[in-house]
Write a protein that binds this ligand. Structure first.
Ligand code: ZN
Length: 412
């Protein structure tokens, strides 16, 4: 088997897909079920069909492109990622795993390899939480960690339900049927940019992920009392933004003092009402995102936030309401898939680093129903979720080659 990656075609496809965006280049914005996302999906399906793959999708729009194996009943070897992108994003997050996965399959076909297990490329719906507040909707439904009922009720900022939106996008059928049976997959491998600086810093071209950190997120609403910025005396204030500020620092402190560098916590959104220069803030909404490779430590950050919110509320005479959006366990990657990836790296003489993924991915949820691991490639300065996100074609091609080798070894 002589595996060769067509890197010229791969990079031109990445560039072409990047142009399907709600914003002009270099910005990529492709929010789930918007016209840009729908055009991106159609473009992707054309590519899969041109490669001779059989394409189907489920009721949430997860798209499966299959290269049938010689054993039609054997469990599937899967790969894939997402093509939706947050506002003002770059062109590599998710896309490298989707187009790299497609090129890996094409390269295997060109090499003369014929799989025993079917190999499937999976394009997940809504990995990004932008529209419905919850990330990885497609993979959560596949794994059954999000119920069909709860999913149908998710709404976007215009109050449109996920159920209506996906039907309008042409995805009908019962959300209950999205769930995949345990045993559907023999293995699942996701290729992704690292979204962190470690590989670049260590000058190691590949990362084999052994563990995916546990994410939790929440919305916090703080209600105080407003009034005229000149009229309300300081000792009589119940300023919601001042209360929020204390809470934000308490969250930061809980993560900084956890005792591990693997604990991270972020408040990335802050809505202030009424938002006027001469008005005391009466209502503030913030978002909270906490992650750790260790579940107990992650939960202790969330508990510290609750404790601090009660203390701040009592002292400042405001109310604090916390709505937990998700709290997921971490994933240990499957040793046999980690080993298949490692062996493929060794076979091609590539150095690799066993590592933890602090960002979460669809693989976190697929790992609940399938032996799963991930392969990382470096990205410049660790930048991601911004227009200057960059991965070199050499690194993308190298990752795609190791992915192809791994798919071959898992499906032989
Ligand atoms: Zn991603």
């Amino acid at each position: 088997m002589k595996l060769e990656i067509d890197s010229a075609r791969l990079i031109s496809e990445i560039e072409e897909l990047a142009l399907i965006s709600e914003a002009g280049p270099p910005v990529v914005t492709r929010i789930v079920f918007t016209p840009a996302d729908m055009r991106g999906r159609a473009w992707m399906i054309d590519r899969c069909k041109a490669a001779g793959l059989a394409v189907r999708h489920d009721a949430i729009g997860n798209t499966f492109a299959r290269w049938p194996g010689s054993d039609a009943v054997a469990p599937v070897v899967g790969t894939g990622s997402h093509i939706d992108a947050i506002p003002n994003a770059g062109k590599f997050d998710g896309v490298v795993g989707v187009l790299g996965g497609l090129e890996a399959i094409r390269a295997l076909g060109r090499s003369g390899f014929r799989p025993k297990n079917s190999i499937e490329l999976l394009v997940f719906t809504s990995e990004e939480p932008t529209r419905f507040g919850v990330g990885c909707i497609g993979s959560r439904l596949l794994a059954g960690t999000l119920s069909a009922e709860a999913a149908a009720k998710l709404t976007d900022e215009n109050g449109e339900s996920l159920d209506d939106v996906r039907r309008k996008a042409g995805f009908n059928g019962r959300l209950e049927d999205v769930r995949l049976a345990r045993g559907y997959y023999k293995a699942f491998v996701e290729l992704h940019i690292e979204q962190g600086p470690i590989l670049e810093r260590e000058r190691i071209p590949l990362g084999v992920v052994t563990k995916i950190a546990a994410p939790a997120s929440a919305r916090v609403a703080i209600e105080g009392a407003g009034g005229h910025a000149g009229g309300v005396l300081m000792l009589e204030r119940h300023d919601a933004l001042c209360a929020a500020s204390e809470l934000i620092l308490a969250i930061e402190n809980a993560a900084r003092t956890s005792g591990s560098v693997n604990t991270v916590a972020t408040v990335g959104m802050c809505d202030v009402f009424p938002g006027a220069i001469n008005s005391v803030p009466s209502r503030v909404k913030i978002s909270v995102d906490a992650r750790d490779t260790d579940l107990a430590r992650r939960d202790s950050v969330m508990r510290a936030m609750e404790t601090a919110s009660k203390e701040i509320a009592a002292r400042r005479g405001v109310s604090v309401e916390i709505e937990l959006l998700n709290a997921d366990a971490p994933a240990e990657c499957a040793p046999e898939v980690v080993e298949a990836l490692s062996a493929s790296c060794r076979k091609h003489g590539e150095k690799f680093l066993p590592m933890v993924s602090r960002a979460y991915h669809d693989s976190l949820f697929i790992s609940r129903i399938a032996p799963t691991a991930m392969l990382f490639i470096p990205c410049r300065n660790g930048y991601s979720h911004r227009p200057d996100e960059f991965a070199s074609i050499e690194d993308i091609a190298r990752g795609t080659l190791v992915l192809a080798e791994t798919l071959a070894s898992l499906s032989a």
